[in-house]
Design a protein around this ligand. Sequence first.
Ligand SMILES: Nc1ncnc2c1ncn2[C@@H]1O[C@H](COP(=O)(O)OP(=O)(O)OP(=O)(O)O)[C@@H](O)[C@H]1O
Ligand SMILES: O=P(O)(O)OC[C@H]1O[C@H](OP(=O)(O)OP(=O)(O)O)[C@H](O)[C@@H]1O
Ligand SMILES: [Mg+2]
Length: 322
Amino acid sequence: MSAFVIAVPAKGRLQENAESYFARAGLKLVKPRGAREYRGTVAGLPEIEVAFLSASEIAQQLSQGAVHFGITGEDLIRESIPHADDKVVLLHGLGFGYATVVVAVPQAWIDVRSMADLDDVATAFRLENDRRMRVATKYVNLTRAFFAQHGIIDYRIVESAGATEGAPAAGTAELIVDITTTGTTLQANALKIVEDGIMLRSQANLVAARRADWTPAAREIARVMLDRIAATDRAASFREMRTRFPGCDKTLLTEAREKYGVETPFGGPTSSGMLTLHCPPDQVHALATFLRAHGAASVVVGPLDYVFACENPLFDRLEAAL
Ligand SMILES: Nc1ncnc2c1ncn2[C@@H]1O[C@H](COP(=O)(O)OP(=O)(O)OP(=O)(O)O)[C@@H](O)[C@H]1O
Ligand SMILES: O=P(O)(O)OC[C@H]1O[C@H](OP(=O)(O)OP(=O)(O)O)[C@H](O)[C@@H]1O
Ligand SMILES: [Mg+2]
């Protein structure tokens, strides 16, 4: 194994987002020998080896500790790694790859709104048909755990490799467990989500493998990567606002902090009244109005690429877990 291996989705829904996420964090993925090469590096950080794999393979590799970091969906982690929290650390939700794992039944089942209703139907189904109702899914482990939590035992899982939503209409299952994002596929197949049947809200995560070879060199690379990622995230949650006005004092700043969630990375105004504020994006207009109402002649606003701080909370989380 190289000093540090990170597994990144090579295809599918997470690929593009994962690559641009890293690029934004100053971690540009390089595929050295053409697009078909499945091992790459990170520009300027040759100690890092990038393994391009499918999202489900990444969950496997993380579980075995064959890579240090990986990007994959939480749904795949929870489904494919028994006792996932003993094997991996979910360091950070990345804000893409959103999908919800749900229990869905035919819309025609008007009596079934909750999991408790489903339990009643399951029992009745067994008595009437002399067999158990079938649940089509590829989330076999998540389904077993969730149904057990709800005390449902009269069912049987039919493993589905794809087009799961079609199973009830095709007559191969009575209901399904699958992921949904927009709900379009469920709707198109005349299925509805059971109200308390939301099993997991998943998104792409940066995941660390506990069993990887965490040498001092590997930890150092992780520290550098996580520092860049944290700086990128901090930057994304603020806009920088600059202004200069004599009327700015401590009371005004306190009010700005309390009302608008503003941070003052460089403290209060300078002797000439220059002030730099970091403001949540959705408060920019309100704060600009507030500042001018208190005497600021002009306020300039711009995006931030990075906000580096002394703290490295993601690395702290990793170290605490290893
Ligand atoms: N609408 C969606 N449909 C499918 N997966 C989605 C969706 N939105 C987000 N994802 C996430 O993408 C990941 C699956 O990606 P993908 O299907 O590319 O991987 P895979 O299953 O490893 O690939 P393949 O099915 O080609 O073997 C899951 O974590 C899933 O939650
Ligand atoms: O709620 P929606 O926005 O409609 O998206 C959900 C659908 O997308 C995925 O299928 P995908 O296209 O990946 O096909 P597959 O499951 O057969 O691989 C998923 O398995 C659902 O079927
Ligand atoms: Mg898929």
